[in-house]
Design a protein around this ligand. Structure first.
Ligand code: KG4
Ligand code: ZN
Length: 342
């Protein structure tokens, strides 16, 4: 061990119950994620009551699994961190309360972490150089943001979405096409076999000259195209579905890449980072890489395991804060479902 703080982190902001243990910013010792996708899938989206009940059942045993896997006892832990927002109130409460209870019982410091800061810093997990100034695209089920990062806790949000988040757009489009929940990974998979030029979908706000996004028009366009197919629409027609998916994905990716590259140029960034569940998307990863290469800017993508919700990113953000001299949080600090990054 390096002598750095051992941090136990809990993430329950939405439908993943996750626990991780980190050795400062050096190493993630263990990262456990208990997914609830099968539980929510019959409903086509997350059911908050089911999510919180399941966190309640799963979380405490998962903490023991993580400790055992890391070969540690609770007394070896130096600090406890939990996601305090943004997210579903009833889900956040389970993780936040459990973490505070552990911190009080073990008499260790508690750190309340912003889920979006977790995503934002996640591309640096395992990077020996640590967090460096960068221009960041964060794309998840709940958020789409372009952020200028100067250092840990010094962020400037340059743009967000005016309506749906990128992941939300993927999931809603998937639902319209009759694809299993969540739509994002399924659209990604099908896009590999489809023609991205088969349907001409709008690239909303691509030329708006700012860093704002809007995906609701694209969602409507998908709905209209499906309706326009009339009798030719067939949920079991793989070729048609693959073309729809590839065309939809191409539209989202072009806007995400276009805006990120424009922001990187305007702010003279030497590093672009991409994180959040949608950063798993293979089309986005490939397109961002070639666009970054073209302007000679380094690109750091969160690994797929650190892209969708996980507690490793919460442990890492907590470690970054501790190592930057930002002190622990008060136990009185409540969860905030609408917590902002800055
Ligand atoms: O970061 P995340 O796990 O949760 C939130 O903080 O929201 O992101 C989940 C989102 C979902 O909308 C999901 O469909 C999307 O990430 N997603 C993807 C892919 N994998 C996950 N979207 C597109 N392509 C993927 N491969
Ligand atoms: Zn997330």
């Amino acid at each position: 061990m390096s002598g750095k703080s051992i941090i136990l982190a809990i993430e329950t902001s939405c439908d993943e119950t996750a626990v991780a243990i980190a050795e400062g910013t050096d190493r993630i010792l263990v990262s456990e994620v208990a997914s609830q996708i099968d539980l929510h899938s019959p409903y086509g989206g997350v059911v908050p009551e089911l999510a919180s009940r399941n966190h309640n059942i799963t979380l405490r045993p998962l903490v023991d699994v993580a400790l055992k896997e890391a070969g540690l006892k609770m007394s070896d832990i130096d600090a406890i961190a939990a996601t305090s927002g943004p997210g579903l109130a009833s889900s956040l409460l389970i993780g936040d309360t459990t973490a505070k209870a552990i911190a009080v019982a073990a008499q260790k410091p508690f750190l309340s972490i912003n889920h979006m800061e977790g995503h934002l810093l996640s591309p640096f997990i395992g990077d020996p150089q640590g967090v460096r100034p960068n221009l960041s695209l964060v794309v998840s089920g709940g958020h789409t943001m372009i952020v200028k990062v100067d250092s840990v806790a010094s962020y400037d949000v340059l743009g967000t979405t005016l309506d749906d988040a990128a992941g939300e757009a993927f999931d809603k489009a998937g639902k319209m096409m009759g694809l299993p929940y969540p739509g994002g990974p399924e659209i990604d998979r099908r896009s590999e076999h489809g023609d991205p030029t088969a349907f001409d979908f709008p690239r909303a706000m691509l030329k708006s000259g700012d860093y704002q996004f809007s995906f609701s028009g694209l969602k409507t366009a998908v709905s209209h195209r499906i309706a326009g197919l009339g009798e030719r629409w067939d949920e079991n027609d793989d070729d048609l579905l693959n073309d729809l998916c590839a065309s939809f994905q191409a539209a989202v990716v072009e806007v995400l890449v276009g805006k990120t590259i424009a922001a990187a140029r305007a702010h003279h960034a030497s590093l672009i980072t991409v994180s959040g569940g949608v950063s798993c998307n293979r089309g986005l990863r490939t397109a961002m890489k070639s666009a970054a290469d073209k302007i000679g800017v380094e690109l750091l993508l969160a690994t797929p395991g650190h892209s969708t919700d996980n507690a490793a990113m919460i442990a890492y953000a907590a470690a970054c804060r501790l190592e930057s001299g930002i002190s622990s949080s008060s136990l009185d600090r409540d969860i905030n479902p609408n917590l902002r990054l800055v």
